[in-house]
Design a protein around this ligand. Structure first.
Ligand code: ADP
Ligand code: MG
Length: 608
């Protein structure tokens, strides 16, 4: 077979394969064109899953009759003229092939009236041929109607899902776009049913909330960040509205919705320990970056982009979210509903109020005011009661900084009139400014230890307690391999262990801190190695650190069933204030729940 030039029609259809996979892609291209034309309102209609009709009407600047045929021609665009333009594209579309491609796989009419002009014009295209523009009537702006999508590409057509699925995709897509364009009003109809109606607004928060659902208002925290040449604005959901899918995560770079693995990773990092594994936080972020540091031309539908420096972007996103989350009180409030059972397991469904920082803080005098974080010793000495024999709150030896001998200023920090009630050796009840806090003693202590360990490990390896006689354990082959892989990590954590036989590991030392908490070396190391084996070969062991620290914290923490002395109770509660992310244990379960006074009033039939 000799080399032949492909007919234009076929070239367009091939291009269509890249740009328009399904009706939602068509809508995306048309809506982006409307936005590029300065539309203040865009109305979308779809019928038959987009197969029968897709129509997009805008009130933008319109297209002159002379340019109508050009709009449908391949590689015809009004948006870029040179390679330099490509470097800094500000408009949504720029490839100049969307309309031509769509026209090649449908019956398309393009109707437009230039702003301020008397006449509207219409041009049709069928089976690749473009008809002559004709005068018609109609409002200012542009209306694109697409019928019989993919009628001449049966393979594509077969590939489409049910009407409902295609419509869901269109709706999802329009919501994504609408969030980034609050100044434009949007509507979406499926047949006669209006499914989206968004009025134009100058308040970007309002638009995002309206799309996500007004009932979530109280659970959406504002993110506002600048650093590393990146500006980030957006809304971050409290842990309680994390969902089973990542559908409510939307990331925009310079107004474009994008998907980026580095950013997704940063997001997970920021919420690590706040949401349970397998749940996805609600996050909508708008990043503004110098367009020259972003390459948007990587992907035909432009959902993936390339950053010149993805490390900086990763860091900015993580820092922005962490700052927002740590500023807020994330303790969920319980609604004392009927129906028995209570919210014990279903805590995520409880109404969560995100008070401003300090809003729901227990009424303790602030710790370490002005003096940075006091070391553990200073807190302990600040108490009147003697140190309890089981030193359960002093697990971690001081960092080897040479400051051990400094005597930090002592501060009485516990007021005597706190009520603390420990019930069933499991839950602690305390009063706070808004009502009653119910605390899971294990979860809170685990979080506390985890944060301490994390901070402590930054300054050097944990202290090792060497054994007089090594502890031998028999393990499987995968665990032996895991020991090799996790070796450096275990060194830092204060484990001294080595392989001494095909299936035998000798533990010669363990972290003093775990020993002091009565954790047995053998079973614990076994568990860590099983975890390592499960991870398989990983490029970097650093991300595993948090997991292993968490295992340590979990093992070392007080358990449900441990009775605590008054002193221990007071101290655990008091230190809650200093811990980052105290609201959730490292697995993401809550450490505390709040019953508010208004809720109690309601239940007792008092009008408050
Ligand atoms: P691109 O958007 O990449 O330029 P398209 O094929 O989507 O390519 O559109 C071709 C041209 O048609 C655009 O550059 C623009 O000038 C014009 N156009 C398309 N849709 C509209 C619209 N809704 N309003 C005004 N002009 C439009
Ligand atoms: Mg376009």
């Amino acid at each position: 077979m000799g080399i032949k030039r492909l007919p234009t029609e076929l070239v367009n259809q091939i291009a269509a394969g890249e740009v328009v996979e399904r009706p939602a892609n068509v809508v995306k291209e048309l809506v982006e064109n409307a936005l590029d034309a300065g539309a203040g309102r865009i109305d979308v209609v779809s019928e038959g899953g987009g197969r029968d009709l897709l129509s997009v009407r805008d009130d933008g600047r319109g297209i002159t009759p002379e340019e109508l045929p050009l709009a449908l021609a391949p590689h015809a665009t009004s948006k870029i003229t040179s390679l330099e333009d490509l470097e800094s594209v500000a408009t949504m579309g720029f490839r100049g092939e969307a309309l031509a491609s769509i026209a090649s796989v449908s019956r398309l009419t393009l109707r437009s009236r230039v702003r301020g002009s008397e006449e509207a014009w219409v041009i049709g295209s069928e089976d690749g041929g473009t008809l002559e523009p004709e005068p018609t009537s109609g409002p200012e702006g542009t209306l694109v109607e697409i019928r019989s999508l993919f009628h001449n590409t049966p393979a594509r057509r077969k590939f489409l899902k049910t009407d409902a699925t295609e419509h869901a995709r269109i709706s999802e897509l329009l919501q994504t776009i609408a969030m980034a364009h609050p100044a434009c009003g949007f509507s979406l109809r499926f047949g006669k049913r209006t499914v989206l109606e968004l009025a134009a607004t100058d308040d970007p928060r309002r638009r995002v909330v309206e799309v996500l659902g007004r009932e979530l208002t109280d659970e959406l925290l504002t993110v506002d960040f600048e650093g590393g040449g990146i500006t980030i604005w957006g809304l971050a959901g409290t842990p309680s509205i994390a969902g089973p899918t990542s559908k409510r995560q939307r990331i925009y770079v310079n107004g474009r919705p994008i998907q980026d693995r580095a950013i997704q990773h940063a997001l997970r990092e920021a919420y690590r320990g706040l949401v349970e594994p397998g749940r996805h936080p609600t996050v909508v972020l708008f990043l503004e970056i110098d367009p020259r540091l972003v390459d948007v031309n990587v992907h035909p539908t432009k959902t993936e982009i390339r950053f010149r420096d993805s490390g900086t972007v990763h860091q900015a996103v993580r820092r922005a979210l962490k700052a927002t989350l740590s500023e807020h009180d994330l303790v969920p409030s319980i609604e004392l509903g009927g129906g028995g059972g209570g919210p014990a397991r279903d805590w995520g469904a409880g109404k969560l109020r995100a008070a401003g920082s300090g809003g729901g803080a227990p009424t303790f005098p602030a710790a370490g005011a002005g003096g940075g974080t006091p070391s553990y010793g200073s807190l302990r000495q600040g108490l009147e009661e003697p140190v309890s024999p089981v030193d359960f709150l002093a697990p971690i030896e001081p960092a080897p900084t040479g400051e051990e001998n400094a005597t930090p200023e002592l501060m009485p920090r516990i007021s005597n009139d706190i009520r603390i009630l420990q019930v069933h050796a499991k839950y602690l009840f305390i009063e706070d400014a808004e009502g009653v806090l119910v605390i899971d003693q294990h979860a809170l202590h685990e979080r506390m230890m985890f944060e301490q360990l994390k901070a402590r490990i930054e300054s050097g390896p944990l202290e090792v307690q060497q054994f007089l006689v090594p502890d031998m354990i028999e393990v499987d082959a995968a665990s032996i391999e895991a020991l090799e892989q996790l070796g450096p990590l275990l060194d830092r954590l204060g484990f001294d262990a080595g392989v001494i036989g095909p299936r035998t590991i000798a533990i010669r030392g363990m972290p003093s801190f775990l020993l002091s908490r009565n954790v047995e070396a053998g079973p614990f190391l076994r568990e860590v190695l099983a975890f390592g084996a499960e991870q398989g070969v990983v490029d970097e062991i650093e991300p595993l650190l948090a997991e292993v620290l968490d295992m340590m914290a979990c093992k070392a923490a007080i358990k449900a069933g441990d009775r605590l002395s008054d002193h221990e109770l007071v101290e655990l509660i008091a230190r809650r204030e200093e811990i980052e992310r105290a609201s959730n244990c490292p697995h993401g379960r809550p450490t505390s729940l709040r019953i508010t006074i208004p809720e109690l009033d309601r239940k007792f039939g008092r009008s408050s």
